[in-house]
Design a protein around this ligand. Structure first.
Ligand SMILES: [Fe+2]
Ligand SMILES: [Fe+2]
Length: 273
């Protein structure tokens, strides 16, 4: 929780990868969640690296995650199509074609009743075909700002320049905070642009010894052989938790402080849930 009555603290955790990522986030939140007014996590890789099962969706709520964003991998587990319409904490990218199940933005309230608008969107550069996010995001920021001054965007994209340029554009539209995701590698450029908290990529939560959360040997074999091979989740003794905490003025919706989270921890026991 923020010590300042006029501000709130929002924690955002980048792509959670598999069981090592889920358990790392769970244990991090057990220690730290009392510091935050709202917790958001990108969960597109949470269920064995690809997508999100309904069970894991419910696990995250139990861990203290208030809202979940995602990305290109959100459709990888089949049961998402059955539960997404009732998953009222989940936000899928807003720039899927009209008629796609789920929603691309939500207003989530903190325990104290502060309304936070959250948007998720996909980039276009070096990504699969998707509708242009630019005007969709602009319209959605305007819509949400009729309800609350606090608006967050998780922009899930590969290309750094696309993220930087869209970030600057959003800062002119009154966005409160812009969190880049998808590369799984945290950038060190957290900053405040025109009152908007910004980071190009918040990183990932998962095994520290692999290749962006996946097993090194299977990744290596894919590169050396150029043959398709099933990815496996990395194991190993360490896990990392990557994210960002922003402190936002409740009245103006502007970020007054931004801090990266990069914590390395010992791997948790497999016997716990
Ligand atoms: Fe990811
Ligand atoms: Fe992704």
């Amino acid at each position: 929780m923020s010590n300042d009555y006029n501000t709130i603290k929002i924690a955002f955790f980048a792509d959670v990868v598999g069981k090592p990522g889920r358990f790392a986030l769970r244990d991090f939140l057990t220690k730290n969640s009392s510091q935050y007014d709202l917790v958001i996590a990108n969960i597109e890789n949470a269920s064995h690296g690809f997508g999100l099962t309904e069970k894991n969706y419910n696990d995250f709520i139990e861990y203290g995650v208030d809202a979940m964003t995602c990305g290109n991998h959100i459709w990888d587990k089949k049961d998402i199509h059955e539960y997404i319409e009732k998953a009222d904490r989940l936000i899928r990218p807003i720039n899927y074609p009209y008629g796609t199940p789920g929603v691309g933005s939500r207003i989530i309230e903190t325990k104290d009743g502060v309304k936070i608008g959250i948007i998720n969107a996909l980039g276009q550069v070096f990504m699969s075909i998707i509708d242009s996010p630019w005007k969709i995001i602009e319209n959605e920021i305007k819509n949400i700002k009729q309800i609350t001054p606090i608006v967050i965007l998780d922009f899930h994209a590969e290309a750094t320049a696309e993220k930087v340029c869209l970030g600057r554009y959003c800062s002119e539209l009154g966005l409160s905070a812009f969190f880049g995701t998808h590369t799984h590698i945290q950038t060190a450029d957290e900053s405040i642009i025109n009152g908007m908290g910004y980071i190009t990529d918040a990183g990932f939560c998962g095994a520290g010894d692999g290749v962006i959360g996946m097993d090194y040997h299977t990744s290596l074999s894919r590169f050396l052989s150029a043959l398709p091979q099933k990815y496996e989740i990395a194991q190993g003794n360490t896990v990392i938790v990557n994210g960002v905490v922003v402190e936002i003025d409740k009245n103006s919706g502007q970020t007054v402080n931004i801090k990266r989270i990069y914590e390395t921890m010992n791997k948790v026991e497999e016997t716990t849930k």
